[in-house]
Design a protein around this ligand. Sequence first.
Ligand code: NAD
Length: 506
Amino acid sequence: MSYQENMKKAEVLLAKLAETPILNHIGGQACAAKSGATFDSVSPIDMRKIATVARGGAEDIDAAAKAAHGAFDAWRDMDGGKRRAILHRIADGIAARAEEIALLECVDTGQAHRFMAKAALRGADNFRFFADRAPQARDGQSLFASGQMNVTSRRPIGPVGVITPWNTPFMLSTWKIAPALAAGCTVVHKPAELSPVTARILMDIAEEAGLPPGVWNLVNGFGEDAGRALTEHPLIKAIAFVGESATGKMIMRQGAETLKRVHFELGGKNPVVVFADADLDKAADAAAFMIYSLNGERCTSSSRVLVESSIHDDFVAVLADKARRLKIGHPLDPDTVVGPLIHPDHEAKVLSYFDIARDEGVTIAAGGSKVTEGDFGDGCYVAPTLFTGARQDMRIAQEEIFGPVLTAIPFADEAEALEMANDVAYGLAGYLWTNDMTRALRFSDGMDAGMIWVNSENVRHLPTPFGGTKDSGIGRDGGDWSFDFYMETRNVAFATVPRNVPKLGL
Ligand code: NAD
């Protein structure tokens, strides 16, 4: 679709959104917050208000947790094949409304349409993938010992809370909720307050697909009230959280009293390590793609590029040129690569790193400023930026900036590259470019990160584990790892011979 077509369709959707507030959804009913409170959702393109949203609090979470608790037994006991069919219908519903989802997601988050169109369809794939695994989710093992046969099985843990961030909200919500439902858990979802629009569409699709009332509940609101109440609620057995590392630490404290099981997908400061023997054209494309796509608001973005000294100057010159030539624009323009950041507060945080970089004495080889020409001045547009001449001990090399900002650092040899790659608080992802396969095996083995791609950008294969080490998170998603989080494993031991039970001298 052309830019004009996207704009026209989006205006129709936005007009509809303006007429109908985004409500919570509890026990199969759309409902306002019990307090009557609302908040505005604003587009970072021009700071225009696009929706009025119910501002849920502790009372709404309580009602949602009770609804999820009430629906749990029947959903847990439903035949896996039936759950599979419902989840496939949800995937069908997502695919049918993918265009609408992508357009609204662009306006709500500022992410470019070329990426959001794919992300909406990824949401359908996530449902299909876990739908097909629903019938086997409870399967276990038989473990034999002399005179004893052990049978393990899994059962869903209970109602769970899902708390999602603002960067790619639709796709991430499906990534957490689909496996929870496939496992037989019921859900209370608290989407990010900065981009709540598509969570409501997802909820509607689910109930139209025949999901029983109460199995999935939606409570909009802020982290400090609705989010906090969800993590503290005694009926909620686990929290699947995607967001900042600092928030993860808070949630762990909040959930301690009720011994919540937690799964955390948190921040990153991911290196892309480029050796001189690599395919340098592809490495440069991948480094640029992994930091400048999705506005750099991506947990697995390659926000540090570590480059072998012998090729450093030429390689960063190519990267700077790419950064300068990227199309910044309206998210609904299909040619746009970089759109506005989510919110003025986040934009201010990203811009503050330009001052930090100048104070730290690095070179700003590309970008380094807010974009203000013409219509851009109304929104949160920041130029794709490259810092060169940086050192690993600088803040721009250590802290997650979460914007289109790349820090380049040279390394002398493999040992120094590995030390720098691991020298951050985070351990989410790493990218390695070399044509020496022995080095690739050795180096990737030494990297302290949950996911490493060798000679590739980030390409997700849904059965593989997703998650990080250190401050990047706890636990893994994907394939059976998701079920391990949402389910309890238990063991039943059968005696296979008459037991010689100890008589305690009696
Ligand atoms: P955030 O931590 O500020 O918010 C995430 C969610 O947590 C929101 O819904 C928010 O309302 C809620 N929240 C905030 N305080 C809470 C509290 N005290 N109790 C319960 N809930 C609370 O994160 P964000 O700014 O929305 O998202 C950006 C962050 O997410 C980045 O750090 C990014 O790296 C991370 N992220 C990680 C992954 C991953 O897979 N590792 C994926 C996407 C984003």
